[in-house]
Design a protein around this ligand. Sequence first.
Ligand code: GLN
Length: 615
Amino acid sequence: MNETGNSRTSSPVQALLERLHERHAGDLSGEVASYIPELATSNPTWFGISMVTADGSVYEVGDTRREFTIQSISKPLTFALALEAIGEEEVRRHVDVEPSGEAFNSITLQPGTGLPLNPMVNAGAIATASLIEPLGFEKPIDRILHEYSQFAGRHLKVDEQVFRSENETGNRNRAIAYLLKNAGVIERDVEEVVETYFRQCSTLVTCRDLATMAATLASTGVNPVTGERVLREDTVRDVLSVMASCGMYDSAGDWLYTVGLPAKSGVAGGIIAVLPGQLGIAIYSPPLDVHGNSVRGIKVCEDLSDELHLHVMSPARRPPPPIRIERTCHDSRSKRLRPPSEQAILAENGRRAKVLELQGELSFAAGELVTGSALHRAEHTDFAVLDFRAVRAIDLIDVPILSHLIESYEEAGGEIAFSDVDRHPLFLDELTRYREEEGLHPVRTFPDLDLALEWCEQGLIEKFGDLEADPELSLAQHGATLGMSIEEIELLSSHLEHVIFEAGELFYGTEMVPPEQMLLVTAGKISLLAEADVGGYQRLATLSPGMTLGEVSMIAGTPLAGLPRADTEVKAWILTAGDLEVLRARNPDLVVTLLENLLRQVAQRVGQLRAELMR
Ligand code: GLN
């Protein structure tokens, strides 16, 4: 059971941590560190496991609230502080980033450069600590503690007893510091630097603090519990890289191979491991192996990595393919309802317009895959749409790549558009700027896929239909009169009234068209709108000549679903419910034919709605 009475006991993650705790609790192999006398007083049975996710959820079991000293887990944190304080270049003039394959306390410098091998071994960590200026604090250690506290999300302090114990016995570290001073790596007073280093190692933390620190590194430098940004993103990358290659000293290679997570251990028994983007793990268990790493800490990490598939190189971690789905205008239509003549054109040529719905995080490789796939088919299609609705993020590296896609697609004779890309304003701005600079035309964009589809359809109709401009349909050409004789059409027409709406007019439910009427549209375009939650209108459908409006609500006596607006000048015939009654009495066969034709149109609309629900 976890000692905090945490309410997450029922979650599978909590259950897993409890299982691991139980599995390894009895394993007391290894030795509690004793070279720092004060550490030897630790009880080997103390054992805690904590996990903090990138969204700030905390899971813990065992001794997760017991304080102990951070020791070497301080090293990546001070390294991060130094990187941000004096810049990468300056830090690299004092410490290398090569895995040493040697013990944490080895007294060696890099043969060629004379620098400590990396900031995770003592020599490198002491050099790093020497780089921290107090900057507004009394001493460097105060600034360091301030930073560690931000990582933990609570105020941390030094265990004076452990500090004194190490300060009195830490002659090996003093020797390393003098070596560094001699090599010109340390410029300050050696005693001062060593004191700072011993104090940072003696910072008191809990297992939960360490997991929060690890989670801060996992979530790009923002502490997920406090929401505070502690580090810049580029610093996080540098720190995690060094942790991955050097964090476990002379067992770093084995660790990366088996556990596969950037990690850091300390001789008091703590270990942290980071799954970038997702979570931080910490274990506290004092008995150590010969490398100075917590025995149970390693075992728990191995099991967690295995059971939760955390290894960063694991194939299970590969991102989803960038193209979520590929369709054509043959199987995917816009909400615009079209007369049979246009439908026939789309049925025949719909495959010449291609839609790629993209998804996930588009990296360089993803951009290349999209380009490859779309280009591959360029010769077979005339129109292409890249839809960005399901894209979570795009790397700006894709700007030239996708721009090149536009060019090569158009060189092959096609036209291409992006839909829903304004949800990535940074990318769109950069793409616009880039194309402007290169002297290329702006990218064609649509606010949503539906409008982009309509653009494709229109393009196909213009390309493959006969190019005559839309004249007004005669009543005999209208879909509602299909199968009627000339006499019947004449009779029907005597009961209709011809109307014209101006472009932009919202007309239904107004005096112009009361609800007990329907329209037979013979020219122009009508959009059916719904008021959107976010304000403004959302388009439900577009009607073209040959279609009817209001037939369902007239016959069923229900309100019209949507608000009609004339997108262009619209010409139509009005049939009222009263006239339909009169017609029924005069020629019931005519009314049956009319209703059959209307039913066919309704069926088309229902079919389209269904297709839309499925996509
Ligand atoms: N303070 C310890 C030392 O320098 C830290 C070592 C460690 O945790 N590996 O010896």
